[in-house]
Design a protein around this ligand. Structure first.
Ligand code: SF4
Ligand code: SF4
Length: 350
């Protein structure tokens, strides 16, 4: 199959309805005045005109609570791993969330591999949708370079003049497009339209940070003692919303829960947050990050410094969810820009 094909909007919903044969379809749906990723029964439930959902789609490849194994104490039985994985289609994923998926891949495919994540992810077919306008003032996807497709999908849809241009990026992508006569080859004129749409996006999408990412990295290398952290830490109420909604936060805790018979039990993992006050507490009561100043600084360093040192990749996608959801109105773009300003002032001796 060609790398670029297209489908008219008239046939688009027919094709979406055909996807069920490749597994459950999860897609953005309207919920009151916002959107959420949910399973859809048919294309009438789909709404692709959305700004980032409250929770990222990570809940489908890294569930909020995941059973790992069952055990019993008497007679002691070697625990049985719970492995339930099924094929599914994640549909209508914005380019920033595709960057989030790529970050998760880097982490969970690192040695030691995380089999649960890999089993789920390998059964997932990802359909991206290209954003044609910025979400809102909270997003920083342009500065993070994620407002245009940069991989992480099986197919990418770009809406142009009554059609969707489809970039085919993998065998799984080819599988969900096969056998539909209404999916046509792209002409040179279609490719030219795609090029001019991307050119036009340069005008519509504006950089949110006042400096380039290389400067951001330098700033984080030098300003761990900045007063910006005191300000952010004093305002933070420690709710953990920012990490829960973040597509690249992957910390989890593992718990054993005993049944009422006090003999059989379940081991599960569930999302944890570095913003919780017991997160870095260890035996003996020592806390490696006491107080919200150090916890907030840590959150930012896990996006703009440590993963670059370790994986050569920023772990902020610019989705804006943390700023959108923060009850203390802590805004990631403002924090980064305040740090850049402070660094520039220090450099010129103000
Ligand atoms: S959402 Fe805001 S208030 Fe809550 S932990 Fe994160 S930064 Fe602090
Ligand atoms: S840190 Fe905030 S803007 Fe960056 S990926 Fe996480 S939720 Fe999105």
């Amino acid at each position: 199959m060609e790398r670029y094909v297209k489908i008219s909007k008239k046939d688009f919903y027919k094709w979406v309805d055909s996807l069920k044969k490749h597994g459950k379809v999860y897609a953005p749906k309207r919920k009151e005045n916002t959107h959420v990723f949910r399973p859809i029964k048919d294309s009438s439930e789909l709404d692709l005109n959305y700004i980032s959902t409250i929770l990222p789609p990570k809940k489908y490849y890294f569930p909020q609570k995941e059973s790992l194994l069952k055990f019993s104490i008497k007679p002691f039985e070697t625990a049985k791993a719970i492995q339930k994985f099924e094929e599914f289609v994640l549909f209508g994923v914005h380019t920033c969330d595709l960057a989030g998926i790529q970050c998760m891949d880097v982490v969970f495919r690192e040695d030691p591999l995380d089999p649960n994540y890999i089993n789920r992810k390998d059964r997932m077919t990802t359909v991206g949708i290209e954003c044609l306008k910025p979400c809102d003032k909270h997003a920083s996807c342009v500065s993070m370079g994620n407002h245009v497709p940069r991989g992480g999908y099986d197919i990418m849809l770009t809406e142009i003049k009554g059609s969707y241009i489809i970039h085919l990026n993998s065998q799984k992508g080819e599988d969900i497009l096969q056998g539909h006569s209404y999916i046509k080859k792209c002409t040179q004129a279609d490719r030219n339209l795609l090029d001019s749409l991307r050119k036009n996006k340069e005008r519509v999408f504006k950089e949110e940070f006042i400096g380039q990412l290389t400067e951001v990295y330098t700033v984080f290398s030098k300003l761990s003692e900045s007063g910006v952290w005191d300000d952010v830490g004093k305002r933070c109420v420690g709710c953990g919303n920012c990490t829960t909604v973040c597509p690249t936060c992957y910390c989890f805790d593992v718990k054993d829960e005993l049944d009422l018979n006090l003999n059989d039990g379940l081991r599960y993992r569930w999302w944890n947050s570095c913003q919780m006050d017991d997160f870095a507490r260890v035996a003996g009561g020592e806390d490696f990050r006491p107080g919200r100043v150090s916890r907030q600084r840590h959150r930012y360093y896990r996006k703009f410094k440590y993963p670059i040192d370790k994986f050569n990749r920023y772990f902020c996608t610019g989705c804006g969810r943390c700023s959108r959801t923060c009850m203390a109105k802590i805004n990631l773009t403002e924090t980064v820009n305040d740090l850049i300003k402070e660094h520039r002032n220090v450099s010129i001796g103000i």
